[in-house]
Design a protein around this ligand. Sequence first.
Ligand code: 13P
Ligand code: SF4
Length: 312
Amino acid sequence: MKNLIEAIEQLKKEKNAVILGHYYQKGEIQEIADYVGDSLALAQWAAKTEADIIVMCGVHFMGETAKVLCPQKKVLVPDMAAGCSLADSCPADKFAQFVKEHPDHTVISYVNTTAAVKALTDVVVTSTNARQIVESFDKDTKIIFGPDRNLGGYINSVTGRNMLLWDGACHVHEQFSVEKIVEMKRQHPEALVLAHPECKSAVLKLADVVGSTAALLKYAVAHPQNTYIVATESGILHEMQKKCPQTTFLPAPPADSTCACNECSYMRLNTLEKLYDCLKNESPEITVDPEVAEKAVRPIQRMLEISARLGL
Ligand code: 13P
Ligand code: SF4
């Protein structure tokens, strides 16, 4: 393991590469990454890096976003099979049809989409900036929001909007059950529930704090005296525990106690060995059709500009 870490560090230096990692990565990947963050931070770092190679330790759509922002750079992912059930729930051809059926609507897409879906979009959002970006539009702007029905429903509920929602979801966040969390609360009555807005509305109603991975982490760091039940992919506990070593973080249990379904099977495909191989071989490499990239870059840039204006 030590040798592998040294070999990755060495290759990174030789090739002027940067390793970006999402909070849902295995702890060992988070430890070796130059930057660890949520989807917004990963896009922001990709947009400003001076490295020649970006290794995206996350899932495919995160690599695509980096490639669209930096078409001249090589963007690598340790495992090309690291997809996303939420992005898969929104095929570009079907989404194009949906958009066509509502020509008077502004299209807002969650970053968890393919570049082809982003190419059909007016502005991209992440869970960190979705509320503010939606609120930056006039109250009577008609909006299509895709693909996450839970995040879209949550934003509708907190903004009073009535966005038209695409019917997609994430298989990890959808599985958290109210019953299991209530049971956990019975055992730990002092615990606060932190939940990602991709969870179902019944779970969000139970939550004390709803937010992106970065927002949940920020809350815990600001209030380390509490105990937390964490209803999102359990990889985030690595950074939470690191930043708040005295705090008790309890991963919200999976609905089926025999599975590890509070872990994203796609995110967990990345390993140190694959990270080493991908740096060494400069493969697998993310490619995006230039025509698609040209259209997809605009709504991503728009998101980055609004976020910068809002100080996010
Ligand atoms: P964040 O942007 O909150 O990190 O979410 C990413 C993700 O994939 C959630 O499932
Ligand atoms: Fe996609 Fe869900 Fe995995 Fe996030 S946790 S990458 S939304 S499948």
